[in-house]
Every structure is written in structure tokens, then in C-alpha cells.
Design a protein around this ligand. Sequence first.
Ligand code: SF4
Length: 297
Amino acid sequence: MNESFLVYHEPVFRPPSEANSVILQVTHGCKWNKCHFCEMYTSKTYSVKPLSTITKEITLLSGMHPNANRIFIGDGDLFTVDFSIILETLQLLRANFRKLNRISCYASARELNKFDKLQLVQLKEAGLDLLYIGLESGDNEVLSLINKGTSAEVQAEASLKAKSAGFKLSVMILNGIGGRKHTLNHAINSARLLNQIQPELLAMLVISFPYGFEHFKNRVKGDFEPLSQLEMLKEMRLILEHLELESTVFRSDHASNYLVFKGGLNRDKDKFINQLDHIIEHTIHVPKPHLNESRFL
Ligand code: SF4
């Protein structure tokens, strides 16, 4: 690393709500890197930075952004890194950024479950607040289809353990990820998983095919029939209908979404469903599949 300049290893991803956060790359890429729908880090080889490099970068970043109050730690799942490195990174961030009030990162259920509750509590107390978890689906057949490398049961266990350690969870579900064959079970089982977890934040994104539909179809090695736009809306309605959330902030305002919803669940559930019913009723059914190729998730 150059002593005076910090160079990000591209591409860099962060959730939309981290647009104003300082980004610190503790890892490059994704250790798993095998989910069939995801191309975020396929151009990168996974690696963890040495603590000496992390320390230098934190010093540089704090000089560049002395008043920063939010840090997002990239790239992919931070919980692939040794506990001691994560802990030391958090302590360095707290020591160097005096106005910090939030540190967040991506996390996977698979890796989170390798940490015990005491370790998670220590990381929370050291300043890590918010975990972004891409659940994608609560249906095990869909999780297997997309090679997520986990199950609904593991996702529930890891999420509940993280919550009991004090973390806030922002989880993502992917509209359309099961295609026609799995749409019903994807909707009902995803709602069931979310009801179990009761996340603080829920984002519903829409599946995209950044390298083209044929590329995705080859990766899933199955008869994947994409939903039409109308079927996407119906699936979203079904998920909402089965949600029983006590106090979750819901957003469908990602670049991939057709419809922007923001509000509280269950508080705004009936309102969202009524709006969806209206749109579904007035949508002319064109059996054109949703083949959005333009965006990474
Ligand atoms: S969805 Fe997450 S875990 Fe799966 S390959 Fe992409 S970054 Fe890695």
C-alpha cells in the first residue's frame, strides 16, 4: 500500500443506506463466491488484509474523514475473518474516529454461526452495530437451487443468535429468485423465516441478471422460468400477506425494484397490500419474463 494514498480494490459494494459511510476494506471479495445469482465479487479472489495494512488504512481514512460517524466494513462477509482481527479492527476504528456512531458490515448465516454468543457480544460491545444479511429466501429448495450454502434453519439460528448478542439486523429477500416453480413456497417460507427472525430492517430486492439470463440459467443448471412483472408483484403481495412483524422497517427502494415502498411492518402492511392489489388489478398481463440485465444486486 502507498503510505499516503488509500487505493480501493474495485469493485466496491455497499448497501444503499451506507451511501454516506466511510468504507474500510478488511477483506477483498467473498469467501463463498458461489451463489448462482450473484456476480458481485466473481472478478475478485478472496483475501483478508494483514492487520498492519488495516491499521495504516484506518489512520489514513481517519485523516481524510475526521468527522465521519458511520463506517461500513467491506468487502463481503466480515465473519469470515478471525475473531481477534475483527475485534482489533473495531477497537482501532473507535480509537481513530471520535464521532463514530455506527459500524456495519455484510454477514452470512453460515459464518456467523461459527462464532459463539460471547464472541458476538464482545464484537457488539467493541462497536459493531448493524449486520446486513442476504437471506434471499426462506425456502430450502430455493436456497439449494441458488447454491446459497445454507438452510432456512441455519439462517434463523444465526440471525437469532446475532440479535440476542445485541446486533441490529437488516435482511434482504429476493423477489423472483425461485422462478415460477418455487414462487409459492418461496413467498410463504420467506415470510415464515422473517416472522421467526423479526429483523429491524427488511429490504425486498428483485432478481437481476447482470451477465444475461442465459448465464444465470447455466449456473442454476435447472429449468428456471423467470416470473413476469405481474407474477413478481403477486409474489411480493403473498410475502407481505404472510408477514407478522412487530416492528420492522420495510423498504423496496433498491435500484432493482419496480415499486418503491417504505414504511413499517406490520403497521403499513394493509396499505402496501391495497396498493399492490390496485396495481395488480390495473396491470395488463403481458407474459413477458422479468429479465433485468442491467444491475448488480
Ligand atoms: S450473495 Fe453474498 S455470499 Fe453469495 S456469492 Fe454473493 S456476496 Fe458471496
